[in-house]
Design a protein around this ligand. Structure first.
Ligand code: LMR
Length: 332
């Protein structure tokens, strides 16, 4: 596993060298391996499947897409390395997990910055938001598009109505320093952990609590091992559809243009459907009775916002005050 920017750069140089030595002429279809960690029925799982279907219709015989859901091929962290090495050709890890490559995407983890997906969408479509697609060019990675999952909720062994209820709890978080600071701000103990390990960690008590979207909580069955889920909508979880720049630029131009068009069409479709998928997941969790869903009053929500707000200042120099201002401008 590669943990620092410097090491990632070394891997990237090795990958470029290897591909320069080992490239062979191949007349068969271009293979796009697309591993991801969520279940097929999630917003990302459905988007990846639709991408495969549309590509194999419109580029039949020229491009084949293999989607590997549910972490069956590799973890997100490993997929970033595999993309650099050219072992896989497309990934869509959550924006939080790009923290090890650039601090720019930390903007999406700032608690309560984005009240809803419509605001996220306006920001991503703005000049500053769209420029983020190119922010890993120096690492040899190209962002093609953003996919939404949804807004995150907290879950734990107690009903978390106020940040005081989170004190002392061990929270599983994604690999993001902002999320670490967010959990520290509410008095919790953050543990960075791969998605595939979360269910068991909750079940065995290795962690007490977690944050995720309704669709991830439902499809990965976290609700079966969490007595309470609190509807906080405190943060955004979305993805960057990412390719290896060298692979992408070496594609025949007509294929690259068509693939890009398909990615944009699938993104629009996926981003329209993600709220519905999350809503249905929440309803199924409530109907199951396995976990109690706690709704907060406006005053209770304000308390969470107040306690987490100092995280913005902590990361302002990393992210840039201008970018935070651009995100705030997207709020209405
Ligand atoms: C997580 O690790 O909780 C998420 O990044 C999983 C995902 O891809 O939605």
């Amino acid at each position: 596993m590669i943990t620092s920017k410097r090491n990632f750069f070394i891997v990237l140089c090795m990958a470029v060298l290897l591909s320069a030595c080992g490239e062979k002429a191949d007349d068969g279809p271009i293979l796009i391996k697309f591993p991801h960690v969520t279940a097929p029925a999630t917003p990302k799982g459905q988007a990846a499947e639709r991408f495969k279907q549309v590509v194999e219709e419109r580029l039949a015989g020229r491009v084949v897409v293999e989607v590997y859901p549910s972490g069956q091929l590799m973890s997100d962290d490993d997929s970033l390395d595999a993309l650099a090495f050219g072992e896989v050709q497309m990934i869509a890890v959550s924006l939080s997990k790009l923290d090890r490559l650039t601090h720019k995407f930390q903007i999406f983890d700032l608690p309560f910055l984005f009240p809803d997906l419509a605001t996220v969408e306006r920001f991503q479509a703005s000049t500053d938001g769209a420029a983020l697609l190119d922010s890993m060019a120096d690492k040899g990675l190209q962002g093609l598009s953003f996919w939404h999952n949804g807004m995150k909720q907290f879950g734990g062994p107690v009903p978390m109505r106020s940040p005081n209820d989170a004190k002392g709890l061990k929270f599983r978080i994604m690999e993001s320093d902002v999320l670490q600071a967010q959990v520290l701000a509410i008095g919790g103990n953050p543990q960075k952990m791969a998605f595939g390990e979360v269910y068991q960690a909750l079940q065995t008590g290795a962690v007490d609590a977690q944050e995720n979207t309704w669709s991830n909580i439902y499809s990965s069955k976290f609700y079966e091992v969490q007595a309470y889920l609190t509807e906080t909508n405190h943060g955004y979880l979305g993805y960057l559809v990412t390719v290896n720049s060298q692979f992408w630029n070496a594609l025949p131009a007509d294929i690259r243009v068509e693939l890009d068009a398909i990615v944009q069409e699938v993104s629009a479709w996926a981003n329209e459907n993600s709220s519905q998928i999350n809503q249905e997941a929440m309803e199924k969790i409530i109907a199951s009775g396995a976990s109690e869903v706690v709704s907060l009053t406006a005053e209770e929500l304000l308390e969470w916002q107040k306690v987490m707000r100092p995280v913005w200042e902590q990361f302002e120099s990393n992210i840039g005050a201008d970018l935070i201002a651009a995100a705030q401008a997207a709020r209405q």
